[in-house]
Design a binder for this molecule. Structure first.
Ligand code: ADP
Ligand code: MG
Length: 452
């Protein structure tokens, strides 16, 4: 039966889909209304199940097999070297920071990720200051600012920069005692030392390093005794003129539950933030990673415009961006196709959708009201004066272009306006944009701010 069902399926799903998705399926057994298939990997199984599951069930049933469910298991013999699932990321090398000399093996540091170097860090406007400051510290010269405090949202490269500093310092001076760890690990070590009555050893150890780097320091907010110990460690090192590098997800002044004296000490060095990525930076990062993957998946082509599409559509953190590209390459190599726009849209549908949800009509309205200095209530309300009507149209235009909401839906969010009113507003802005360069600039700026 499977043979004849396959022929039916060619007609149903088209030759291309058939070759890619149906032909590799191996029907292992039919049992109690369940059809068991063998597939090259789990991703493949999920995909077939989502896109063609119903068709397969229907045609099997039509052929007399009465199937109500499909099951996929992964075949144990891989079909070939190129069908491998996502390339395994090289594991973080378990290197203790500062392990240059034998006696330093006692440093309780976290492993440094060998991929997080200055070479692999793409510099753009949003991170150039943080990068420059990190570079300066990594030169290992006389301590100019202490601490270096790096802050910014999730996935913007704080940890990457800290590891890069550590790599660079150790490469330049293998005898340097560089200790990198997260604030959480600091707390854990501290508690352990308390419990084991090893607190003197703990203090000595932390005071004996040349460079101390503590990642995600917001973690110790509200943890009183850990803060206390951190404060003393910090002061002792600063007094000895040892470099300290700290990161957090927000500025020192904004970390709640942090003691005032710690806050002010954290602020007395150099505080730099990593801004949300912009389009150029995202594209730069994608290009760099794509270059890397092209080496890994030999011969795999990316159609023009795909990276631009991703840089434009995925505006969340760099980690998400990287994940998208990793999946795309793995998937394309699996099916042996070029990375086209359609493939990207298909394969990354969930990420793209999640990214879309990020900008809401309300965000847009708020931003636009702020930009044109009009009240939010007026922007949504009925006033028709031009100083308000124009910003309102701009907000409508952006809502249409930056969210996935339908026009009636957008209308509801603009004080219950009709979808034709929204359409009119959108058209008006499109029309004006061509001749009004101020408006075009405004739109571009708003767009950037909203897309992060
Ligand atoms: P954070 O610590 O700020 O949450 P990470 O440093 O862990 O973020 O970065 C998340 C991921 O994004 C890492 O894989 C990192 O290599 C990558 N990344 C972030 N910024 C850049 C950049 N400017 N260039 C290259 N890769 C980056
Ligand atoms: Mg981090």
């Amino acid at each position: 039966t499977w043979g004849s069902v396959r022929e039916q399926l060619i007609k149903r799903v088209g030759q291309n889909n058939y070759t890619t998705w149906i032909a590799p399926l191996q029907l292992r057994e039919l049992n109690n209304g369940v059809a068991h298939f063998t597939v090259p990997n789990t991703f493949f199984g999920d995909w077939v199940s989502r896109h063609f599951g119903d068709h397969i069930c229907q045609h099997l049933t039509a052929a007399g097999a009465d199937v109500s469910r499909l099951e996929f298991s992964v075949s144990r013999t891989p079909a070939g070297p190129d069908t491998a699932a996502p390339a395994p990321q090289p594991a973080a090398r378990p290197v203790l920071a500062g392990r240059g000399s034998a006696e330093d093996a006692d440093l309780p540091g976290a492993p440094l990720d060998s991929r997080f170097t200055f070479d692999s860090f793409v510099v753009g406007k949003p991170n150039e200051l943080a990068h420059a400051a990190a570079r300066r510290v990594a030169e290992g010269g006389p301590v100019t600012f202490n601490p270096l405090f790096l802050y910014g949202g999730v996935g913007l490269g704080k940890t990457h920069l800290m590891h890069a500093i550590a790599h660079e310092l150790i490469a330049g001076r293998p005898d340097l005692r560089v200790l990198y760890l997260s604030a959480e690990q600091f707390m854990y070590r501290f508690i352990q030392a308390l419990r084991d009555k090893q607190i003197m050893g703990f203090k000595e150890l932390f005071r004996s390093v040349d460079v101390l780097m503590v990642d995600d320091v917001q973690f110790i907010a509200g943890k009183e005794s850990t803060q206390e110990e951190f404060f003393h460690t910090f002061n002792a090192l600063v007094d000895q003129n040892k470099q300290i590098v700290i990161s957090a997800d927000r500025a020192p002044g904004e970390i709640k539950g942090l003691e005032e004296r710690i806050r002010s000490r954290l602020q007395c060095g150099l505080v730099v933030d990593l801004h949300p990525t912009d389009y150029e930076l995202r594209l730069g990062i994608l290009q760099q990673k794509a270059e890397h993957y092209r080496g890994q998946y030999r011969g795999l082509q990316i159609a023009p415009g795909v990276l631009e599409f991703l840089a434009h559509r995925i505006s969340t953190n760099v980690r998400v961006l990287e994940g998208a590209l990793t999946r795309l390459f793995a998937f394309a190599s699996l099916v042996g196709r070029e990375i086209s726009l359609e493939l990207a849209q298909d394969c990354l549908a969930d990420i793209l959708r999640a990214s879309d949800r990020k900008i809401s009509v309300e965000d847009i309205q708020r931003k636009v009201a702020e930009h044109y200095n009009v009240r939010l209530a007026d922007l949504i309300g009925p006033k028709r004066v031009r100083t308000i009507a124009r910003p309102r149209q701009v907000a409508m235009y952006l809502s249409k272009h930056l969210t996935t909401r339908s026009l009636p839906d957008i209308g509801r969010r603009f004080g219950g306006r009709d979808h034709t009113t929204i359409m009119h507003g959108v058209r008006k802005v499109e029309e004006l944009m061509a001749t009004d360069s101020q408006l075009a600039d405004d739109l571009q700026m708003l767009r950037r701010q909203l897309e992060g």
